[in-house]
Each structure stands twice: as C-alpha cells, then as structure tokens.
Design a protein around this ligand. Structure first.
Ligand code: GCU
Length: 677
C-alpha cells in the first residue's frame, strides 16, 4: 500500500486562538451544496477543523442564527476572488463563484493552522493572474523528465491513474490557487502522442472531472506531428486542408469525452520536436490553426517560445542562443488569435540559477504572454540541495521591461520618463493588454515520493509558486513563513531557522556553483554537479568562453548584440560593464580575470571567495538544522538531514573543481592562500 504525506494540509492540532467557536458551524446561502466544488470546499473545511481543533463542524441550514462561518454569494466579487469578514461572531465568506468559496475556505484553514485569530478579520482577495498553472513533465511510462522525487502519480505503465492521490494532489494545488494543470511532458513522443485517442479519453474524462471539482482545468501537451503519427495525413502542415480536417475531428472527439479540457500546450520546432517551420510556416500559423479549432469549446493554446538552434557550432561566436526566443517570435507579434498565449521562460537560456529576464516580455505588445518558471530543480540542485526559488520569481515579476515607456529608445532611466512602469508582473497578469489569457506556470517538482518533492524543503517551492501566482504582492519571506508554519511547525525557533535557510539558499547555491551570471558548468545532460567545460565544446549553445585571460560571453553591441533586444534604459545598462548589474556581469561581458568589481575584488578573487563562502554557508545551514531535532517530525528531520549531507558533498565538489579549473586556466593564486588543487 502506497502512502504519502499531506504536505501543508497536514491539519495538525493547533492552539485554538479563539477560533473554535467561530469555526464550529457553517452556513451556505446562494450556493448549491451539490456543486462539486462546494462539496469539496465543505468537506475540506470539516476535515481541517476536525484535525486542528478537534471539533465536528455543524452544517447549519440557511437562516439559522448563531456564530460560525457563513458563506454567501456576492456578485460584485471578482472571479475566483473572495472576501472574508468577521462581524459579531460570524465569519462571513463572500464570493461570486464556487472557486472563490474554495479559496476562501483554504484561507480560513490556513489562518487557523497558523494559530491566527479569525476575530476581526477583513480580507478581500482576488487573483493577480488569470492563469496559474503547474506543468508536469510526466511520461506515460511513469518516468518524469527532470523529475527528482520519484515517479509520476499521473501515469504508470502507459496507463492513466485516477485515485486518492490524484485527489490529494488537487487539494494541494487548489489550496494555493492553482487553476490549470498540464499533466504530460512537453516532449510528446510515443505513447503520449496517443493521449488524444480513444485509448485514453475515458480516463482523461474522469481525471478532468476530478480536477474540475477543485477549480482546476486539465491541459494536455500535444505532438504537432500527431496527424502523421496517428495514421492521418502524411503531413502536419497547418495550411493543408487535410491536416486541419484531421485536427478538427480529433479535437471534437477529445472535447466530447473531456468537455472540461482547458486546451493544449505545444513545444514546436524545439529540441527535435516537429513544428510549423518544417513546412515554411510561422509559429503563429501553427498556433492559430489549433486555436481556431479549440475555440468552439472555449479552449486555449499555450505555445512555447523555447525555440532555438540546438545544433550550434561552438566555434561560432556570433550565434547566440540567448537571442533565439526574441528573434524567432518578435516578428510575429500581433499575428496570434486571442486564445493563443505565448509561454516564455523567465530567462533567455534555460532556468539557470541567475539569468536576466527574457527580453520578449513587454517587447511583444500585441500578443498574450505567460511566464514559465521551473520549480523542478533541474539546474538548481535536483531537490537534493535546498534552493528556495520564490525570490528569483519575484525578481522576474518585478523587472521593469520599460516597454510602456514613450521614449523607449532614448530613455535614460530617470524617474520622469519611467513613471509608466510595465513590469513582467503587469504583462503576464494581463493588466497591460487588458486580457484574461495570461498568467504564470511552473514546471512542477512533484513525484510519487512519500513527501511529494524529494526534499521536504522543496515543498516550499511547490507551495510558494501557487501562492505567488495568486497573490504577487506577497513577499518571498511571507510565503516561506506560511509554508513553514503549515508544513513543519508554528514553533518560533523552527520558523526562524527554516526561514533563514530558505531565504539564503538561492544565493548560497549560486555562490558554490556558477559565478556572476555565467550559468551552466554542470555535468552535461544530468545537470547536477560540476563540469566546468562540460558544455563548452558542445552543440547546445551554452558556453562560458573562458580562456587563460578572461571569462564571459560578449553580448554587447560588439558581441552578439543580445543586450540590444531590451528596451532602454535596460539595453544600455546591460551593454556597459560599468553599469551592468554585477550578478549578471559575465552573462553580458567577456572580461579579464583581473577586472575589478565594485567591491574592489577582481573577478578571479570573487570566484575563489564565493566558492569558499558557499560551502561555509552550507555547513552553517546544516548546523542550524541539527538544532531542530525533536522540533520537527522525525521523518522530515531525517529526510532533510540526509539531503543536506549530499548537498555539502556537492558544494565541496563544485568549489574545488571550479576554483581549481580557473586557477589552472589563469595561474593567478588565491590572495588568501586557501587550498586549491
Ligand atoms: C530543458 C530541459 C529539457 C526540456 C527543455 C524544455 O532543456 O533540459 O529536458 O525538455 O528544457 O523546456 O522543453
């Protein structure tokens, strides 16, 4: 018998904080008790109250007076929003739709779990982003591409699983406001191509229905060459009538069996996947063909911008992978149907520990956009190393694209012309284009492991992404604290210690891995552990260009010109080494090892220092964690301790290989005379 934890929905007994009498009963007005979402909301409430306060909720009939939670419909509340207001011993929960009720109930449960009083509460919440999605890279055989926490719980042996774990997954997802889930890998091959056939439609229908009961729409990744591979016409040309007819019938068949389906995600013309380029068509031609066919069913097409040349010659210093998304898509701005959303990775390369924000955001002015981040820790420690990623996502969302600036090209960055901000958050929330087809998605970090995420602490990313997508105004620290108190403990020492570990973890990881925005230097294909030159002579476009004199990629006007893809003042800021943010210096510039940073340190000394510091910080984290023995559940304590031991080994390996490698390249010794090999 498999077992799994309840994550942040553990509903452990808590201090009552005056909440018992407020939460002891529930009354529903204006909502159908039989509606699946309402049913799930009510049963979640009863379960949570029972677990945390040890009382059974009385479900009162409408009209009955008394204290308790009173749920009522209020048309003026925005979709998926809610208002919680306590007056005279009644906790009123208002919403205009069922999802709002579900989210409001989870909010109330969260407060109770954090031992906060419901008395006096007045909280009006609405989602900042229309679409808030987890994208799973699960394969039908049960493996997960870039999965670090066991196997898939959606698929096993080419079958779809719909069971109690699926329900618990939905509860976790809905509790943080997720409203869309892609269940299969973007690389759609073999069995996965068949997901849209009779073979799977029955089970998909069941799964979509279960999801819908939690306000979640199910999406599928699609193989653009499906017509060919499933025995249709021998082409996938979007302009070929036979091809569109095939898709029309296929999509009708899929929606008949899975009416709740949200639509499709497509990775086309990327890393060997087929796409419209094969037929001389644009990305828009491909996306629009599908968009027109799903429109009658209210479907949307999520079209990825991860299109680049993955067979590059490393000798060629003009071709720059970082340029690719912009170069491939900017010319099609405005060509897309309104039910197409371009899904853009946060950075121009591939989920490195530090990258600039993709210059496509904001540069596209007439196209729906969605931000794609990765909580699966592919390049950030495989859920062995702790790496809390919410601060990175906040940075991306806060980035001012300057695209709305009237003096876009001449802007100097002074306040006068920069009062019209258009941050990534503005763009992907739909605020700049006044559209609802926008949002955030995260490549998800879950699997069949007992604790869902491999490392218990990686649960903070699983939780945090959803919370941030719903409420972008939350800080990374607030989200971390919530997660700790819900998933681990309300004990002050636990909260303070783990929060400190989480909030410093990304910088620590960056310190012992790749410096100053250079990225990569990982073991090829595996992407865990160091291999400084592992990708240097490869076809993947991922180089650091280090030699005996200097390091970094010249992406200025004199180099690949990538910096010019940004609006000003970002373009000129990045183009000049003196003004370029230092954490991105080597992303944009090739510089001598003796180049002095603003700290007065040379680049090479910074490399040495940060690598020694990174390892020391891991040692400190471990010492802090050890003090929590007996204060967190034993299973968690053991799980995290075991991961920390591996992280320390990994950090040392990174430190010694990186320092040694650069010392051997440049021959400049460490000023502090520490051990380098
Ligand atoms: C990365 C990752 C691949 C994945 C790809 C993508 O390159 O290593 O496994 O398929 O991103 O986002 O499509």
């Amino acid at each position: 018998m498999e077992k799994w934890t309840q994550g942040w929905l553990a509903y452990r007994p808590v201090k009552e904080a005056g909440n018992a009498q407020l939460a002891g009963s529930m009354k529903l007005t204006g909502f159908d008790r039989e509606h699946p979402i309402v049913q799930n909301a009510v049963s979640e409430f009863c379960r949570g109250i029972k677990g945390m306060l040890g009382i059974s909720t009385v479900l009162a009939c409408s009209g009955e007076p008394g204290k308790g939670v009173s749920v009522e419909r209020r048309q003026e509340i925005p979709a998926e929003g809610y208002h919680i207001q306590e007056t005279g011993g009644v906790v009123n929960l208002y919403a205009s739709d069922e999802a709002g009720i579900l989210y409001g109930i989870f909010h109330i449960l969260r407060l109770i779990a954090m031992e906060e009083a419901l008395a006096g509460i007045d909280a009006a919440c609405r989602p900042d982003n229309p679409l808030r999605m987890y994208d799973h890279w699960d394969n039908l055989d049960g493996s997960i591409e870039r999965g670090y926490s066991g196997n898939s719980f959606f698929f096993q042996d080419n079958k779809i699983l719909v069971n109690e774990r699926t329900r618990d997954y939905c509860r976790l997802a809905a509790s943080v406001g997720i409203n869309g889930v892609v269940i299969n890998n973007v690389n759609v091959k073999e069995a996965a191509t068949w997901l849209i056939t009779e073979r799977y439609l029955g089970q998909l229908g069941k799964m979509a229905e279960l999801f819908a009961g939690y306000g979640i729409r199910l999406f599928l990744s699609l193989n653009f060459a499906a017509p060919i591979e499933l025995g249709g016409p021998d082409s996938a040309d979007p302009f070929d009538g036979k091809v569109t007819d095939w898709w029309r019938q296929k999509i009708a068949q899929v929606y008949e069996a899975v009416p709740e389906l949200g639509g499709f995600l497509v990775k086309a013309d990327s890393e060997g996947r087929p796409g419209p380029f094969t037929y001389g068509r644009t990305q828009a031609d491909g996306a629009n063909m599908l968009a027109d066919l799903v429109r009658p069913y209210g479907g949307i097409i999520l079209w990825r911008c991860f299109v680049y040349n993955c067979t590059q010659d490393w000798r060629d210093t003009k071709t720059d992978r970082a340029r690719a998304a912009y170069d491939n898509f900017i010319g099609t701005d405005g060509d897309y149907r309104d039910n197409v959303i371009l899904q853009i990775k946060n950075g121009p390369m591939d989920f490195q520990i530090r990258e600039p924000v993709s210059p496509l955001f904001g540069a596209l002015q007439k196209t729906n956009q969605m931000l794609e981040v990765q909580i699966a820790q592919e390049y950030t420690g495989h859920q062995i190393d702790v790496c809390y990623l919410v601060p990175m996502f906040k940075e991306a969302l806060d980035f001012n694209t300057c695209a709305g600036c009237p003096s876009r090209n001449t802007c100097t960055g002074d306040a006068a012309c920069c009062d019209k901000r258009s941050t990534v958050a503005d763009v992907v929330s739909g605020r700049t284009m006044h559209n609802r087809n926008a949002g955030l998605c995260a490549v998800c970090n879950t699997g069949s492991d007992e604790n869902w995420t491999g490392n218990d602490l990686a649960g903070a990313n699983f939780y945090g992404f959803g919370r941030l997508a719903y409420d972008t105004g939350l800080t990374a620290a607030e989200i971390a604290e919530e997660w700790i108190r819900l998933a681990l403990s309300n004990d002050r020492e636990v909260v303070d210690t783990v929060r400190r570990i989480l909030l410093t973890s990304r910088e620590t990881y960056e310190k012992y891995t790749s410096p100053l925005g250079i990225g990569w230097m990982v073991t090829p294909m595996l992407h865990y552990g160091p291999s400084v030159d592992g990708y240097e002579y490869s076809r993947w476009g991922t180089y650091h260009r280090a030699d005996w004199q200097g390091i970094g990629v010249d992406r200025t006007k004199q180099g690949t010109g990538y910096a010019q893809q940004y609006a000003n003042p970002n373009a000129s800021l990045y183009d000049c080494a003196e003004t370029c943010p230092e954490e991105l210096l080597l992303f944009f510039h090739h510089l001598p090892y003796q180049y002095r940073l603003r700290s007065g340190k040379t680049i090479i000394q910074h490399i040495y220092d940060s690598h020694f510091e990174g390892v020391e910080e891991v040692e400190e984290m471990i010492a802090c964690w050890k003090k929590l023995a007996g204060k967190v559940e034993e299973r968690t304590f053991e799980n995290v301790s075991e991961r920390f031991a591996r992280q320390l080994e990994n950090a040392r390996e990174w430190r010694d290989q990186v320092n040694t490698c650069f010392y051997r390249k440049c021959g400049i010794p460490d000023e502090k005379g520490r051990q380098i090999y």
